[in-house]
Design a protein around this ligand. Sequence first.
Ligand SMILES: Cc1cc2nc3c(=O)[nH]c(=O)nc-3n(C[C@H](O)[C@H](O)[C@H](O)COP(=O)(O)OP(=O)(O)OC[C@H]3O[C@@H](n4cnc5c(N)ncnc54)[C@H](O)[C@@H]3O)c2cc1C
Length: 261
Amino acid sequence: MRIAICVKEVPDPTAEKRIDAGTNRLVRSGENTLNPYDRHAIEAAVQIKEGPAPDTEITVVTVGPESASRSVDRALAQGGDQSVHIADDAAAGSDLLGTARILAAALKRGGYDLILLGQQAADSESYVMAGMVAELLELPCVTQAASIELGDGAVTVKRQVETGYDTVKATTPCVVSVSDAINDPRYPPLPAIMGAKRKPHEVLSLADLGVDAGAVGAAGAGTSVSGLSKPEGRGDTIVIEDDGSAAEQLVAFLIEKKVVA
Ligand SMILES: Cc1cc2nc3c(=O)[nH]c(=O)nc-3n(C[C@H](O)[C@H](O)[C@H](O)COP(=O)(O)OP(=O)(O)OC[C@H]3O[C@@H](n4cnc5c(N)ncnc54)[C@H](O)[C@@H]3O)c2cc1C
């Protein structure tokens, strides 16, 4: 079985975000990391390989600048066998559809049976990449997978929904985005981290994939961020500055609100 996992490098979720005042876009030059939600997709693929389909080949696919290779290595250390990295200056500024076009071109070329994504990217949090990629590839799409069971030419996916679970069967090849409840991703041991660099890495340009540079990147973006604003402050919010008495102030507040006696 051939599995592709789409992974994205994102700004470290714990670091302060900066916005480029000229473009209103996120500044991505600081501390970056593998999108934490994608680790669940990698784990799901590794569990398939360790379980029902040992002959599985796992390919990690990313669209991003050269520096995203660190996150690719991290994904390979977690269990990927090889990577495809589309790194092209003309891809910078791609909106969702632009990114989906590039991913779809790379995925089409690979002829994968199962294409896995995370449920969301920790920076843009659109939750729609799986649907867009599936539409462009004309493949079935199942989102929010809480479990994936392999069948003969099909997968059965339990989907997490508000009221419980839906069970959906999709023929392969298909696209599945996994919920963060599907598993607990493993932390790769040191030898796996060291070995990741020696795994096959393929770096491709837009031209290698036959993607029109005018249809992606800033040039092809049909959307732009027209403004950014902080959420309205909540009037009753009290911020306690810790001058050494924060705990006492907090307890006094809770007693005043009759939360504790
Ligand atoms: C005008 C504009 C300009 C932008 N410029 C940039 C830019 O320069 N660089 C940039 O990174 N983003 C840029 N973005 C944001 C960009 O649209 C999204 O990062 C990207 O399309 C994916 O959306 P998401 O991360 O919200 O996807 P989601 O749907 O939240 O992600 C779900 C899953 O999709 C997969 N995925 C998402 N993105 C990638 C990727 N790049 N490679 C592989 N797998 C992926 C992952 O598996 C992820 O878990 C821009 C957006 C706008 C509106």
